[in-house]
Design a protein around this ligand. Structure first.
Ligand code: MSK
Length: 656
């Protein structure tokens, strides 16, 4: 609980989301401290913000802030060992890439392990749902899908191989991508040919996922790599290993096991919780366990048990990217995005918050202490100390059993509610589940030359370009505000938006994920396309690891023809308006290295090292065709994206 003397955030200045505003006011009335209050009392360190604090050895930390007057003449700032601001900031940046890539990729590794167990039939709870996708992925991993056999007449004929045999070989090769020491990741060749050739020429094709991450940690150790250009090059290898391997494998194998998303309706915001039902929130990133909780929460035995405790049913809702995973495949409701996790508990209606990995605030345990919520950790990598936390470890070999234990814990906790819950009457409907396969289906059998093709509409100018707007919330900015301003500005200017993560949820809460919103928010060209096809102007593609779907959608647009030969030729731009996690830096860098102009809001910890900033913001364009940028003002941010899109349209000779 908060002490009464502490400063409190103004709810109306903290968020543009009504449910958040209401629950923040309730938290304050209940004397419960949240991240919004702490953001007011604790200000960030300006040297860290600039990226120029070095703590890689115990002679420091060496702090090299920019002088107030700026750099006059030669920049003489140095750490004890002589490290320049560029070396320091590049090392810090690289370690963020390493941590982000590690987080996504460790998620992917877990998926690959469960996939292999499913292929070997070591678990009854998982199987193969999307055979078509398995066969496509098998080709990428060079796993044969057919075999030549002799028929009764003694002739050689081609026969399809057993699906589970193919899956096993795919699983072995996929898992091998983490520990590979030489050669190339298999999926590098999925990129447009020109991009793959450029990566080879630049010598940045990842050899193996883990190897590139470890090499960042070595190079950024005290006294190793002291050339920021070379450090950034290693960032490219590790980040590409995330986007085109760790994350992409996670997405693909999840699709094969749980189904590839296709458009489905869902609901979002804290109003999806129900006062008279057991409410379970699954929060974090991995769908492995939450898929099983979906099954367990619908089990008639569990529903009957809930009734014995006085509940009318079980509501399962998601938070952060676990939410996106179960939403895009099952249409299950989302309670909210990153900054709403404490506030969900503040409703007093959450009987269990089940967490796995990433984006879980330590403070939810403290907030849970103020209400009755049980926080259940499930992953041995992510434990929490004391409070109301319970650990029920998830094991794929008896996943459904574990899931039922968790659901039972929640049901048993229902009678322990301390007061009548207060659930904001705020929720929105949305249409989600736009995998690249679904986009291909809706915007034409191929991207060009058939039913309402995407490429033709970009070429004829009805669609000006593509904006990928993704990423977190950040307590240093007004919750959801920059997300929505930027997306609305893009739509107004006929830029179709692809989204994932917490941006997707912000858009959902604001009603931008409905086909009807096209008429309200889009310029005339984009509105016409969306109305003809019946799709929302903002296409929800999934979770953070599903940013790999955006890479593949961009690749398909290139391969369909008419818009250049490489991702860097496309009239497209990427954005993370309210980013906060290290994963966002890894995502940003793999987009840049894949040829995308990528602009962040909030701030980037490179501003204290002007030469590094120039390298990232300008020089990388000559190397990769994509580069970083930073703009805090959301209107200027959108303008910069549109200016880049127009630059690419002009280079393609469109709009003449
Ligand atoms: S959940 S990484 S706050 S998008 Fe993927 Fe949201 Fe960022 Fe976590």
């Amino acid at each position: 609980a908060a002490s009464k003397k502490e400063k409190k955030a103004n709810p109306k200045e903290s968020s543009v989301d009504q449910a958040t505003i209401q629950m923040l006011a309730k938290a304050q009335a209940d004397n419960v401290e949240t991240i919004f209050d702490r953001a007011l009392t604790m200000k960030p360190c300006n040297i860290g913000e600039q990226g120029t604090c070095c703590k890689t050895c115990s002679q420091g930390p060496c702090r090299l802030p920019l002088p107030k007057k700026g750099i006059e003449g030669v920049d003489t700032r140095k750490g004890l060992c002589g490290a320049t601001p560029e070396t320091i900031a590049a090392r810090n940046f690289a370690r963020m890439v390493a941590a982000g890539a590690a987080a996504h990729s460790d998620h992917g590794r877990g998926v690959a392990e469960v996939f292999l167990a499913a292929a070997r039939k070591e678990t009854e709870d998982y199987g193969i749902q999307d055979v078509e996708k398995l066969l496509e992925v098998a080709v990428d991993f060079e796993v044969p899908t057919t075999v030549m056999v002799e028929n009764e007449a003694g002739e050689k004929v081609e026969q399809e191989r057993d699906i589970y045999k193919i899956a096993e070989e795919v699983g072995v090769k996929a898992l091998g991508e983490w520990g590979k020491q030489e050669g190339e990741i298999y999926y590098a060749k999925r990129a447009p040919e020109a991009r793959y050739e450029l990566w080879k020429e630049l010598d940045v094709v990842p050899r193996g996922i883990d190897r590139e991450i470890v090499e960042i940690m070595h190079r950024t150790h005290m006294g190793v790599d002291q050339d920021y250009h070379n450090i950034v090059k290693q960032c490219s290898r590790a980040a590409l290993g995330d986007g085109w391997a760790g994350s992409m494998i996670a997405t693909d194998l999840q699709d094969i096991m749980f189904g590839t998303p296709y458009p489905i309706q869902g609901e979002i915001n804290l109003g999806v919780l129900k006062a008279d039902e057991v409410n379970i929130i699954v929060h974090g990133h991995e769908p492995l366990l939450s898929e099983m909780i979906v099954v367990a929460s619908q089990d008639p035995e569990m529903l009957a048990y809930a009734k014995t405790k006085g509940a009318h049913g079980i509501t399962l809702a998601g938070m952060c990217c676990t939410a996106n995973e179960i939403l895009v495949r099952h249409g299950l409701p989302i309670a909210g995005n990153y900054l709403q996790q404490e506030l969900a508990i503040v409703t007093g209606a959450v009987d269990a918050m089940v967490v796995d990995v990433q984006c879980i605030m330590e403070n939810i345990a403290n907030v849970a202490d103020c209400y009755h919520t049980k926080v259940i950790t499930t992953n041995p990598r992510a434990m929490m100390e004391s409070g109301h936390t319970v650990h029920i470890e998830f094991d794929e070999h008896h996943a459904l059993e574990d899931a039922k234990r968790i659901v039972k814990e929640a049901i048993d906790n229902f009678p322990n509610r301390r007061a009548e819950p207060l659930i904001p009457n705020v929720k929105e409907k949305m249409v989600v589940g736009f995998s690249q396969e679904a986009i291909k289906y809706h915007l034409g059998g191929t991207f060009r030359g058939s039913y309402v093709p995407l490429n033709d509409n970009i070429i004829n100018g009805r669609i000006r370009g593509i904006g990928g707007v993704v990423g977190c919330n950040n307590a240093r900015t007004c919750h959801d505000s920059a997300h929505l301003t930027i997306v609305k500005e893009l739509l107004k200017n006929d830029v179709i938006v692809l989204t994932t993560g917490c941006n997707a949820m912000a858009c959902g809460k604001a009603g931008l994920l409905t086909p009807e919103s096209a008429a309200v928010y889009c310029g005339p060209g984009l509105a016409e396309v969306c109305e003809t096809v019946g799709i929302p102007p903002v296409l929800h593609m999934g979770s953070c690891v599903d940013n790999s779907r955006i890479l593949m959608a961009a690749t398909q647009v290139v391969k369909a023809g008419g818009l250049g030969k490489d991702i860097s030729d496309l009239p497209a731009a990427g954005s993370a308006p309210e980013w906060m996690s290290e994963k966002a830096i890894s995502i940003g860098h793999y987009f840049v290295a894949s040829g995308v102009y990528t602009i962040f809001g909030v701030g980037l910890p490179v501003t204290g090292a002007p030469r590094l900033q120039k390298h990232l913001f300008e020089e990388l364009e000559d190397i990769y065709g994509g580069m970083w940028d930073l703009e805090v003002d959301p209107y200027e941010h959108a303008k910069k994206m549109i200016a880049h899109i127009d630059k690419k349209r002009a280079a393609l000779g469109l709009d003449k």
